[in-house]
Design a protein around this ligand. Structure first.
Ligand code: MG
Length: 256
């Protein structure tokens, strides 16, 4: 589906629009994280997301994408990604909640995800999962510099995951992003035969490790969207959009 080129360089005209969309998306992400609480249904949370996105003047980049029915993806506990808000799924204080948000505004697209617990004191395994999934993302981002290859990011993410005894989901990967929700190249969270293109200023990558406490294996629910771990153990997902520059990477979805 991609054009011959396996990457996209965004222009000086596009980058400010994409930066604004990414910052808008980060704002909605952080609002939802604050507003999510036990007792709410995931459908309520999705409706809230729809309202917050509408209030920014943007649109959900996920709603209707390949037929996706939600405003955002809400994936609880052993759900890895692509969960759909449901009126009968009431959040419990023991849950961990992953919210993945895409916002399209003024011709730019933002994409970011976060996973968080609904209570303060969580067990050691859950804490390890959340802490090191985020750390794997942040470590991967340090390799998103001019001259490196995609695989340098993949290797850095995988190394943190392995050291923390977490498994890396292989069926879903990060991607270029900015004008389209999914642009080339793919950004795997593990080392494989794919080296990917050399990183160049103007490339924008959505880096998004999905790490599991147990097996890396996942399956898709009968709703054709919700992806869950095969063994029912917890999964976490963090995602930032990063602009490759002449110097340090710029995290476009950093909290404002
Ligand atoms: Mg993404």
């Amino acid at each position: 589906m991609f054009a011959k080129k396996d990457y996209v360089i965004h222009t000086e005209e596009e980058i400010p629009r994409i930066r604004y969309a990414a910052q808008t998306t980060a704002y909605v992400r952080d609002q939802l994280k604050q507003l999510a609480r036990a007792g709410m249904s995931t459908f309520e949370l999705d409706q809230l997301a729809g309202k917050l996105i509408a209030d920014t003047g943007g649109n959900s980049a996920f709603l209707g994408y390949r037929g996706f029915p939600g405003n955002v993806c809400i994936s609880v506990n052993d759900e890895v990604v692509h969960g759909i808000g449901r009126p009968d799924r009431i959040l419990d204080e023991n849950d961990i909640v992953s919210i993945d948000i895409g916002v399209e505004i003024d011709g730019g697209i933002g994409d970011t995800a976060v996973t968080f617990p609904l209570k303060e004191n969580i067990d050691k395994d859950t804490e390890r999962l959340l802490k090191f999934t985020e750390k794997s993302l942040m470590t991967g981002i340090t390799k998103a510099v001019k001259g490196n290859f995609i695989r340098d990011i993949s290797a850095a993410v995988e190394k943190v995951a392995k050291k923390a005894d977490l498994s890396v989901v292989r069926e879903y990967v990060g991607h270029g992003c900015g004008i389209q929700l999914h642009e080339p190249p793919e950004v795997p969270n593990f080392v494989c035969s794919y080296r990917g293109p050399r990183l160049r200023p103007g490339m924008i990558l959505a880096i998004e490790p999905m790490l599991n406490l147990g097996t890396y294996k996942v399956f898709t629910e009968s709703d054709h969207w919700t992806v869950r771990t095969l063994d029912g153990r917890l999964s976490a997902h963090f995602e930032h959009m990063v602009l490759i520059t002449d110097n340090e990477p710029e995290i476009l979805t950093w909290a404002q």
